[in-house]
Design a binder for this molecule. Structure first.
Ligand code: URA
Length: 247
């Protein structure tokens, strides 16, 4: 694949912009093993094997990814929308190539898989793979999500039993139930849901007479938010991570 096409596919701008970056000496390519130093390439049409290619653009290191799969530690005070109404968008936490990756000729970038409320923190997945996004968002696939819930009032056993048995939320006659519900202490509940209705955790806790004071998503499928990924940070998902999510 030509170097300008590789850069274009990774979101570095139009082919013309990518050719310009290369010709002006802003791009170095690593062809050898992990330890090899990148070498400048100024020929936009030079061919490289894209799979496994590592390169440096304007001083920043990248690896080629045919499709992008990421995790983000969503901080509080951010919206999961591309066009936020009040708070900064989570997309501002990502480098611009991830927001500009093309799809069928149009700029599309990665998209959040499901949404977390402005004040919710924790594990959020993003991708530009439509099939993966659909699979992960589809209610048919029942991917379990674990929430750490801080409560205003002390929990009692009846609340836990009602959450497990199913509660009716105002807009839907069909009860929603927690797949698992563990009282970690009097004001901390670990709740596992396999659906993703609007404000579901907050509405379920309100339905049993409690109130959510803090909400953090710690796990999706078998994938746990890594302790060393600080709020606001993102990283690529590995093959092992993807296996833990899709089972
Ligand atoms: N349930 C909620 O109420 N809010 C979230 O952000 C996620 C699940």
């Amino acid at each position: 694949m030509q170097l300008q096409d590789i850069l274009y596919s990774q979101g570095f701008g139009t082919r013309r912009v990518c050719a310009g970056l290369i010709q002006q000496g802003h791009v170095q390519v690593c062809e050898g093993n992990d330890a090899s130093e990148p070498v400048e390439c100024t020929q936009a049409a030079m061919d490289f094997e894209a799979d496994g290619l590592r390169f440096r653009v304007q001083g920043e290191d990248w690896a080629y990814h045919e499709k992008a799969y990421l995790m983000l530690h969503k901080p509080a005070g951010t919206e999961c929308s591309q066009k936020p109404s009040t708070w900064p968008s989570i997309y501002t936490l990502l480098p611009s190539p991830l927001r500009l990756r093309p799809n069928k000729g149009a700029v599309q970038g990665v998209q959040a898989i499901g949404r977390l409320d402005q004040d919710t923190t924790g594990l959020l997945l993003l991708s530009d793979d439509g099939k993966f996004i659909h699979r992960m968002s589809s209610p048919r696939h029942h991917v379990p999500k674990v929430y750490e819930v801080t409560l205003k009032h002390a929990l009692d056993d009846q609340q836990v039993q009602r959450l497990l048995a199913g509660v009716v939320l105002d807009d839907d006659p069909k009860p929603v139930r927690a797949a698992a519900c563990e009282a970690v202490d009097s004001h901390h509940l670990r709740l596992t849901l396999t659906e993703g209705k609007y404000h579901q955790v907050k509405r379920m806790l309100a339905a049993v007479g409690n109130r959510v004071e803090g909400l953090h998503r710690s796990q999706i499928g078998g994938l746990t938010l890594p302790a060393d990924l600080a709020p606001g940070q993102w990283r690529w998902l590995t093959e092992a991570d993807l296996g833990l999510i899709t089972g």
